[in-house]
Design a protein around this ligand. Structure first.
Ligand SMILES: Cc1cc2nc3c(=O)[nH]c(=O)nc-3n(C[C@H](O)[C@H](O)[C@H](O)COP(=O)(O)OP(=O)(O)OC[C@H]3O[C@@H](n4cnc5c(N)ncnc54)[C@H](O)[C@@H]3O)c2cc1C
Length: 275
């Protein structure tokens, strides 16, 4: 059935995979007036960022659980709020129970409450926590503007790279010389080293250090796992969790999805005959 339907139309672009990136690319192409076909092998779109009804009546984030890496610029340009994007603020942001103890660590948006919680385990950590958060947020603030720009292309002539180099210079400048060594360490060291430098208590190190390894097949002792810490703050700044109600093209007997997106229309159906 789909073969015939696809043959009937012609497309400017066909995107294989209806995950977060495929859908974003498709939406931008459609916005630019292109006719786009998205092919998804599952019965539901969203990829690792999917919200899915695993138990009837209950919807879960199956993998990605925070709206963090989706750039605000994309949300704005694709007018996602108009299409149903809603934020659910994540507060408390983490709860770390301790095995064989009734103690636990609860962190949220309120710094003085956080410090009280942390002080149960270490007074020094409670004092250092706001300093650590400030350090990470300085780095995030400096680097965030770079995320919406093209990466530096070293194949280009210096003349063409000057504007990008100037942006990079302006980005790094506010970090100041004093922070450069710490920044280098954060980007290259294992998260365990970063945590040991700032904190004493295992429960806090485990809670914050998780960000170094989440979504990675890496241990906290692997080099480079410190670098996702700024990503945590990008998340925390927004502290959002989303459950996007968006369209579901779900038929239990037909686990394949076909979407046709153009500037003015959006249609989709599931079929077992995509291939
Ligand atoms: C456990 C986990 C937790 C995460 N947590 C977060 C988080 O909290 N916040 C965050 O911002 N990011 C998080 N991420 C990362 C985020 O989920 C990914 O960056 C994002 O989903 C990548 O999107 P994608 O479209 O590139 O790929 P995917 O999401 O993997 O989508 C690929 C899609 O293509 C489909 N596909 C593949 N092959 C074919 C084929 N041959 N034909 C048709 N369809 C095909 C797949 O079924 C899938 O739907 C997490 C990732 C994981 C694994």
């Amino acid at each position: 059935m789909l073969r015939n339907s696809v043959r009937k139309f012609s497309y400017d672009a066909i995107i294989v995979g209806g995950g977060h990136n495929g859908l974003t690319a498709a939406a931008y192409l459609a916005k630019a007036g292109k006719k786009v076909c998205v092919l998804e092998r599952r019965h539901v779109i969203g990829g690792a960022a999917v919200t899915e009804e695993i138990i009837p009546g209950y919807r879960f984030s199956r993998a990605s659980y925070l709206l963090s890496l989706l750039r605000p610029l994309v949300i704005q340009e694709l007018d996602l709020k108009k299409f149903g994007l809603r934020y659910h603020i994540r507060n408390p942001s983490s709860f770390t129970p301790i095995r064989s103890s009734s103690d636990s660590l609860l962190l949220g948006l309120n710094m003085s409450e956080n410090q009280k919680e942390i002080a149960k385990f270490s007074k020094r950590d409670a004092e250092n926590f706001p300093k650590y958060e400030h350090f990470i947020s300085t780095i995030v603030k400096a680097f965030e503007p770079l995320m919406d720009n093209e990466p530096l292309d070293f194949e280009r002539s210096l003349n063409k790279r000057l504007a990008q180099l100037y942006l990079l210079y302006n980005t790094v400048k506010p970090l100041g010389i004093a922070n450069i060594a710490d920044f280098y360490e954060l980007m290259t060291a294992p998260i365990s080293k970063v945590m040991n430098k700032w904190f004493d208590s295992d429960v806090l190190k485990a809670t914050l250090g998780t960000d170094g390894v989440i979504g990675l097949a890496a241990s906290p002792y692997d080099a480079g796992t410190g670098s996702p810490s700024p990503r945590r703050l990008l998340r925390k700044n927004k502290s959002n969790q989303t459950h996007q109600p968006g369209p579901r093209y779900c038929k239990p007997y037909a686990p394949r999805t076909f979407l046709s997106i153009s500037k003015d229309s959006f249609s989709g159906f599931s079929t077992s005959n995509v291939y």
